[in-house]
Structures are given as C-alpha cells and as structure tokens.
Write a protein that binds this ligand. Structure first.
Ligand code: F6R
Length: 247
C-alpha cells in the first residue's frame, strides 16, 4: 500500500512508531529485532525520531541487530562520506545499541576477499533470523540499496558498478564527481525481498516521477523499486509532493 503524509516529519514518525512497536513486542518475548537500514538524506528524520524515542520515551535498542543496505567501494570506513560513519553519527552513537550488533558493509575489504565477504554478509543476516523490518529510500533511477537498473530479482549481496546518474546525485558529499567511488557493496534485491516487512520512503517533488513508475508502472528490473510490487508486505511512505504524479 501507499501512505501519504502532509510532511516528511509525519511520515518519518509513522515509520519510527512501527519500528518501536516491533522492537518492544520482540523485547516482551525475549527476542531480537532485526532491522535493515538505509542511509542518504531520506532517513535522517526517521533516525532523529528513533533517537528521540530512546532519550525521551525509554525505547531501548539492546535487543536490536542492524544490517545496512550498502556502502561505497572502496572507501575508508571513517571517511566523511562513508555510510559506516553516517550510521554512527545519525543513530548508533545516540542509542543503547551494542556496536557488535550493527553491520554496515565494509568499504575497506580487499578485492580478493570481497566475494566471500558478501556471502558472509548474507549468511549473517540469515543467522540473525532474517530481517524483520527493512527501511528503503529510492534513487531517481529507481534503485533500492545500490541495486541499479538491471539488477536481478534474485540478486544477493555483491559488488556493483554505480550509474553515473547515481554518482552525480550523490556527488554533493564528495569534493567533486571524480572523487565519488565507481563501485559499491549492496544487499541484493533478493536479500531485500526476504525481509518480512518493507517501508520505502520518498520525500519531495524530485522523487515524484520515479515513485509513479515504482508504484503504478510495470514490474521491471529497469526500475528496481517496481519489483517491490510483488513483495507481500511493502508500504510506500510518501509526503504529498513525492505523491503528486500518482493517479
Ligand atoms: C542508501 C541507499 C540508496 C538511497 C537512495 C536515495 O543506503 O540505499 O538507495 O536510499 O539513493 O537517496 P536519498 O535519500 O539521499 O535521496
């Protein structure tokens, strides 16, 4: 389904409340809650709200295990643009999560190790019991994680070349376009599909055309987010401007 909110703040609060409810119900049963997390600009308000729930409403992350979607490759984990660093700054450093329970693909793995590293990342998600809730943003080209157009429905965690449009869209964080890595490690579409519940968020007019294609267009690997139409529990969480092209 599609849920449209008057602001990205309200949409972010809705997702945060869903996450908090799942964390708590799992806590009550003595179980871990496994979250799949995204980076970029879209989830910043969601993470701020989760931090607020921790600080002001006693939401604990002691039973939470996280797996992030993606990381640039190669990139030092402490680089300003690194998603490893982003997650610490936006969420992990401000809540009571055990750092050992956080997983962000490692942009420092050697070329020789990367195949095994990606297979191990998949195995670690399965060993944790699978992802309960997966958070996604969407690229202007329809990518989810860094699954660029053409990614297979059955793709797994792997190294992938970034489209130039993605490198340009994300170049703001880097000194210039030539500094944006050409590769990334990303969970696959199949990895995302195995999550029990998926929230894809999109805010702003700039996302309106791709949201129309993802939600109402044909299911095609040319718009990877459209593949989610076949997931059995996906919610597209939009603000009014991102929803303007929906019929
Ligand atoms: C980031 C990710 C990407 C972004 C997408 C949108 O972990 O998986 O798919 O969600 O590129 O980025 P923003 O939110 O910056 O518009």
């Amino acid at each position: 389904p599609v849920k449209i909110f008057s602001s990205l703040k309200d949409g972010s609060k809705f997702i945060a409340a869903e996450i908090a409810a799942t964390i708590k119900s799992k806590q009550a049963k003595g179980e871990n809650c496994v979250l799949g997390l995204a980076t970029g600009s879209s989830p910043k308000t969601l993470y701020a709200e989760l931090v607020r729930l921790h600080k002001e409403e006693n939401l604990s992350f002691k039973n939470v295990i996280t797996f992030n979607l993606d990381e640039y490759y190669p990139l030092d984990n402490d680089a300003l643009q690194s998603y490893n660093r982003y997650m610490k700054e936006q969420l992990f450093d401000h809540v009571d999560i055990d750092p050992a329970n956080t997983n962000v693909p490692n942009g420092e793995v050697s070329k020789e190790e990367i195949k095994k590293y990606c297979a191990d990342y998949e195995a670690k998600i399965e060993a944790a019991g699978g992802i309960d809730i997966q958070i996604l943003g969407i690229g202007n080209n329809g990518h989810i994680g860094f699954n660029e157009p053409g990614s297979s429905r059955f793709s797994k965690t792997r190294l992938i070349p970034l489209e130039n449009s993605t490198r340009i869209a994300n170049s703001g964080e880097f000194q210039n376009i030539s500094k944006v890595p050409r590769l990334a490690i990303t969970m696959g579409i199949d990895t995302i599909f195995k999550a029990h519940k998926v929230f894809l968020m999109a805010w702003g007019q700039i996302k309106a055309p791709v949201i129309q294609k993802a939600v109402e267009g044909n299911v095609t690997d040319q718009i990877p987010a459209s593949l989610l139409q076949e997931h059995n529990d996906v919610t597209f969480v939009l603000d009014e401007t991102a929803a303007t092209d929906l019929t």
